[in-house]
Write a protein of this length. Structure first.
Length: 293
C-alpha cells in the first residue's frame, strides 16, 4: 500500500487517518462564518479544512445563471452562485487564519481557472470533486500543478474511475469512496467498496461521507479508509443546500475522537495473550489442556 505525504503528514496504511472538515459553501459567503468553522475543525483535531472554488461564468451557463431562484443574495441562480463565491481577499484571509490556527486548507477546484487561482497559495493537495471526475482537461490541468490529488468517486462507474486514473496516474493519488446524495441514506453508502478500491488500484483510499450520522464514517476507518471527509456546519438548521448533510461542532469533536479510538483498537492483527489478560486467565481458567499454566 502506497503512502503519500500531504503537507507535513503521511497518509496511508499505518498512519493516522487524515480528517478533513469540508467547509465547502457552508460559510454562506461570510468570512466570519468560515473562520468559526476553521476554529471548530482545529479544536476537533482535524488535519485540514476544504473549500470549493469555481469560476462561476465558466462552470455555469448564462441560461443556468439567469434561472429564477430565491436566496438571501437575490432572485436568480446567478445571484446565489456569485454570493457564495469567495474571492482573493477572502482566500488570503483564509490562508492567514489557517496558518494562525495551525491547520492545513485546500479546495475542490471545478475549472482550470480555479486551479490556477488556488495555485497561488501553498496548498498541500488538490481535490477533484465527483462531478468533475470525467473532465479530462481539468484532471490534466490539476495534475500539472505537481501536488497530491484526492479524487472523489461519487456518481461514477468503475470504468470511469479506471479512465480518470489513467489520466491522472497513481503517483500521489488518493481515491475517496463517495455516494453523491445529500443527505445519503445508509443503504446507499456501500462501504465495502473501500477495501475493493484498495485492492483494485493499490493506492490510499478514503471516504467522503454525506450521511447524517457518524457511525458509518467511523466504520469506514475500520474498513481501511486513510482519509475521512465530512461537511462541517455551525448549525444544520442554517440556510444552505449542504447544511442538512453536514456535521455540527459537537458531532465533529466526537467523530475525530472516535476515529482515533478505532485506530487504537485495530491493533496489528497478531493474536496473543496480552499482559493485562494474564492475571484474569489465572483466576478464571480452570483447565489448561496445553499445560501452560
Amino acid at each position: 500500500m502506497t503512502e503519500i505525504k500531504i503537507g507535513d503528514k503521511m497518509v496511508g496504511d499505518g498512519h493516522p487517518c487524515y480528517a478533513v472538515a469540508e467547509i465547502g459553501i457552508n460559510h454562506n459567503g461570510d468570512i466570519d462564518i468560515a473562520k468559526k468553522l476553521i476554529d471548530v475543525a482545529a479544536a476537533s483535531g482535524c488535519s485540514a479544512v476544504k473549500f470549493q472554488k469555481r469560476t462561476i461564468e465558466v462552470v455555469f451557463s448564462a441560461e443556468e445563471l439567469a434561472r429564477p431562484r430565491e436566496s438571501p443574495f437575490g432572485t436568480t441562480n446567478g445571484d446565489l452562485k456569485y454570493g457564495l463565491e469567495f474571492g482573493l481577499e477572502e482566500y488570503q484571509e483564509i490562508d492567514r487564519y489557517c496558518k494562525e490556527r495551525n491547520i492545513a486548507w485546500f479546495a475542490s477546484c471545478w475549472d482550470e481557472q480555479s486551479v490556477d487561482f488556488i495555485a497561488q497559495f501553498n496548498v498541500p493537495c488538490y481535490k477533484i470533486a465527483s462531478a468533475s471526475i470525467t473532465d479530462d482537461n481539468l484532471l490534466c490541468h490539476t495534475r500539472a500543478k505537481g501536488r497530491p490529488i484526492m479524487l472523489s468517486t461519487g456518481m461514477s462507474t468503475l470504468e470511469q474511475i479506471d479512465h480518470a486514473i489513467e489520466v491522472l496516474g497513481k503517483e500521489d493519488l488518493i481515491i475517496l469512496h463517495t455516494t453523491s446524495t445529500y443527505p445519503a441514506l445508509y443503504e446507499e453508502l456501500n462501504l465495502r467498496v473501500i477495501p475493493m478500491l484498495k485492492q483494485r488500484y493499490n493506492v490510499p483510499v478514503g471516504y467522503s461521507g454525506h450521511e447524517t450520522g457518524l457511525s458509518t464514517t467511523i466504520a469506514s476507518v475500520a474498513l481501511g479508509a486513510c482519509v475521512v471527509e465530512r461537511h462541517i456546519t455551525l448549525d444544520r438548521a442554517m440556510w444552505g443546500s449542504d447544511q442538512a448533510a453536514s456535521v455540527e461542532p459537537q458531532g465533529f469533536m466526537r467523530l475525530v475522537r472516535d476515529i482515533r479510538l478505532v485506530e487504537k483498537a485495530m491493533g496489528d492483527g497478531v493474536k496473543r495473550v496480552i499482559e493485562r489478560e494474564v492475571p484474569v486467565m489465572k483466576k478464571l481458567r480452570r483447565v489448561d489442556s496445553m499445560g501452560s499454566g
